[in-house]
Write a protein that binds this ligand. Structure first.
Ligand code: GDP
Ligand code: IMO
Ligand code: MG
Length: 431
């Protein structure tokens, strides 16, 4: 039996979906534990692209149970649409289970997300406007509506009508927004509820027995360490805990059962939305990384901000999550960046300098972070096309040197290496 967590070490979009898909081959159950449809996980399987937002990325393997855990917030309209889309592409979704404790993203959450972002003006967070923050805020405020409520139409009607009445007061009095039509929202949610009903169950109980029976379980992270509500670049974060602790609270699997924590990273850094980014290259280098790595959001289509790899961040992620191994993606892309630009040079940041002193840890204060200047180490790029390489030993020496420096700086072994988009373009290192 093993319980593995796969999570993001940077600001998201590291390529987690690809590893979930790869590791799902040897798993019985895949559990998504945090976030909502702010996530976008791309899997390229035999040249065919799938973009998943709520359904766990293990769904592409038939016979696996795929669980949406209690830590996830679910927009029933989006989930229904995603299931329809998968079914229309011939993917069987019968293995899905949805936690009865998961909270709903309601239409008023989406509207509040828009209004809150507009109200922040210059200091907007750049959210995905999917209602994620407002849904988690209601969960913490103890007025959220859960999947177990949706499965009980009379109870759901009562709760939804009461919440819409309360939200309408805020919308009208604070924002001058037209009132929402309670009956039509309630009835459309119930229609989605009827479609989703067969999947809703006590997944905590299911997982408790699965652990006891020694099944192989994969916990699928969305977002990433630096978007974590507690450990990220607050307030430029999401509203859940994508870090390893969140894998336990968001699935119901206790910490003592976790065997491995795999941190997914890119060979450079990207970020969507606003917020600090010490190694950002808002210049030709950043544009080159974006074009070579095709860094455009899976969920919103926004161009991603790009910059050099920041090992201060990776060390922090390794410590915060107790990483047991690293999966590094886009080794192909960074090789091309080193080849095409900057006189064949790739950079990684190994520390920051602040007021003349070396800083090895990622500061909490964004004001302090803004004063940090990255210290870079330079590497040679490589000319070869590495996308078809399957063995670590076949990688060009300059690529091996680059990976070994990352490993030494992180203090965590590199087990998986992405050399192309397709899940087949992956080197699995025997360590
Ligand atoms: P996730 O949210 O962490 O699952 O990542 P996304 O799917 O949002 O973004 C990762 C992007 O990088 C996707 O477009 C992937 O197809 C692509 N990708 C992942 N690994 C590699 C790699 O090793 N090389 C290249 N060129 N693309 C990759
Ligand atoms: P995956 O799982 C990248 C970012 C948004 C914004 C901030 C808050 O694909 O890695 P939210 O809508 O969550 O309130 O937005 O978080 N964000 C992501 N960035 N990848 C993601 O997910 C993200 N999910 C949220 O861009 O900056
Ligand atoms: Mg993504």
């Amino acid at each position: 039996m093993s319980v593995k967590v796969v999570l993001g070490t940077q600001w998201g979009d590291e390529g987690k979906g690809k590893y979930i898909d790869i590791l799902a081959r040897e798993s019985d159950i895949v559990v998504r534990y945090s976030g909502g449809n702010n996530a976008g996980h791309t899997i390229v399987k035999e040249g065919v692209r799938y973009a998943l937002h709520l359904v766990p990325s293990g769904i592409l393997h038939s016979g696996r149970k795929c669980i949406i855990g209690n830590g996830v917030v679910i927009d029933p309209e989006v989930l229904t649409g995603e299931l329809d889309e998968l079914n229309s592409r011939g993917i069987d979704t019968d293995g899905l289970l949805i936690s009865d404790r998961a909270h709903l993203v309601m239409p008023y959450h989406r509207i509040m997300d828009e209004l809150l972002e507009a109200g922040r003006g210059e200091s907007s967070l750049g959210t995905t406007k999917r209602g994620i923050g407002p849904a988690y805020a209601d969960k913490a405020e103890r007025c959220g509506i859960r999947m177990c409520d949706l499965a009980d139409p009379a109870l759901f009607r009562q709760k939804a009508e009461e919440m819409i009445r309360r939200k309408n007061e805020i919308l009208k009095k604070v924002y001058g927004h037209p009132e929402l039509d309670s009956a039509s929202i309630t009835e459309s949610c119930l229609r989605y509820g009827r479609r989703l009903e067969k999947y809703i169950t006590d997944t905590n109980d299911y997982l408790f027995h699965a652990v006891a029976e020694g099944r192989n379980i994969l916990l699928e992270g969305a977002q990433a360490t630096f978007l974590d509500l507690d450990f990220g670049t607050y307030p430029y974060v999401t509203s859940s805990n994508p870090t390893a602790g969140g894998a336990c609270t968001g699935s119901g699997i206790a910490p003592r059962y976790i065997d491995e924590v795999i941190g997914v990273m890119k060979a450079y850094t990207s970020r969507v939305g606003t917020g600090p980014f010490p190694t950002e290259q808002d210049n030709e280098t950043g544009n080159l990384i974006r074009e070579l790595g095709w860094e455009y959001g899976t969920t919103t289509g926004r161009p991603r901000r790009c910059g050099w790899l920041d090992m201060v961040m990776i060390r922090y992620a390794a410590r915060t999550n107790g990483l047991t191994s690293l999966a590094i993606n886009h080794l192909d892309t960074i090789g091309k960046v080193g080849k095409a630009a900057n006189g064949g040079v790739i950079r990684i940041c190994t520390a920051y300098i602040k007021n003349g002193y070396k800083v090895n840890n990622f500061p909490a204060s964004l004001k302090e972070l803004a004063e940090c200047v990255p210290v870079y180490e330079e590497f040679k790029g490589w000319d070869e096309d590495i996308s078809e390489i399957k063995e670590y030993a076949q990688l060009p020496p300059s690529a091996v040197h680059f990976l070994e420096r990352i490993e030494a700086e992180a203090g965590v072994p590199v087990k998986y290496i992405g050399v192309g988009k397709d899940r087949e373009n992956t080197i699995i290192r025997l360590i």
